[in-house]
Design a protein around this ligand. Structure first.
Ligand SMILES: C[S@@+](CC[C@H](N)C(=O)[O-])C[C@H]1O[C@@H](n2cnc3c(N)ncnc32)[C@H](O)[C@@H]1O
Length: 281
């Protein structure tokens, strides 16, 4: 537990630095808790240029997917973005919910919250709100959210079961989430995993896709499914330190081994059931 708080403090420290950098600087910076090397964050990011509601000031180049793409957000919805950063996905969601909806971004890093509030003010939105808070203890009332989105954040949260339980608590019955995140497939050689973390900073804290989906089901979600999956390419220069020629070929061709950016969907059941391990009954 103490260790988890220490990890979160490190994450917060990193993102305070990152919030004060430009997107270009971030693309050659570090995002995880593992330390700084020549990290290329751009390997994860999606191109937002043509996405409705995109605001360049809110894009620090920190995402690994486009969660709004499959989130089935409707006009008038209340949307929650976990780890909202400078507000990038919140403003994209606002373009769909319109004036009659509401978008709430939660982030634990003060500087990110300040930045996102400045961006919302510049855009003149009074239905996009940013709240300082921890995903493991969301500052959100139970059963009030229509759609949860998140972009490259939950891998950084030490207690994922707690985060998923909080997502379950705040969603309305039958409501759903669509979240993009980084997961691992198969067992990467230890050295390769460490180097991959250094290369793509936000891999620290990522768990296997199997465990990720299992934890979501254990939190009580139904219809849990991967909506999109993209293998993150690692440079041959790094791979060849750990894999011989045969290993390199098999790594490239083996879809069940590597670091993946995925977008996952899940739904809260219509009738409130207790999450199996929640002890809520
Ligand atoms: C990789 S950035 C992604 C930011 C944003 N989603 C985007 O795509 O631009 C991760 C963000 O998650 C926030 N974060 C990490 N752990 C958190 C936690 N436990 N509670 C709230 N925010 C958290 C960080 O402060 C940071 O702003």
């Amino acid at each position: 537990m103490e260790n988890n708080e220490a990890l979160k403090a490190m994450v917060k420290e990193k993102y305070t630095l990152i919030a004060n950098q430009s997107k270009t600087e971030n693309e050659t910076s570090c995002c995880g808790v593992g330390g700084c090397a020549t990290v290329d964050y751009a390997v994860f990011a999606e191109n937002y240029q043509d996405v409705q509601g995109y605001n360049a000031d809110a894009d620090l180049g920190l995402g690994c997917g486009l969660p709004t793409e499959f989130a089935q957000i409707n006009l008038g919805d209340t949307v929650l973005d976990l780890g909202s950063g400078a507000g990038n996905d919140c403003f994209v969601a606002r373009a769909i919910t319109g004036e009659s909806g509401k978008v709430i971004g939660v982030d634990m890093t003060e500087t990110m919250i300040e930045k996102s509030r400045v961006n919302a003010e510049k855009l003149g939105f009074n239905n996009v709100e940013f709240r300082l808070g921890d995903i493991e203890r969301l500052p959100i009332t139970a059963n009030t959210i229509d759609v949860i989105i998140s972009n490259c954040v939950l891998n950084l949260v030490p207690d994922k079961a707690k985060a998923f339980a909080e997502m379950y608590r705040v969603l309305k019955p039958s409501a759903h989430f669509s979240i993009s995140d980084v997961v691992l497939q198969g067992t990467l050689p230890e050295g390769l995993r460490n180097d991959a973390e250094m290369y793509a900073g936000c891999v620290s804290g990522a768990i296997s896709q199997t465990d990720y989906l299992k934890l979501l089901s254990q939190a009580g979600f139904v219809n849990v499914q991967v909506q999109k999956s993209r293998k993150i390419s690692l440079p041959t220069e790094i791979l060849s330190r750990y894999l011989d020629k045969e290993g390199l070929d098999s790594y490239a061709q083996n879809d069940s081994l590597g670091i993946y950016s995925i977008t996952v969907y899940g739904q809260k059941p219509a009738t409130q059931t207790c999450a199996p391990d929640s002890g809520c009954c």
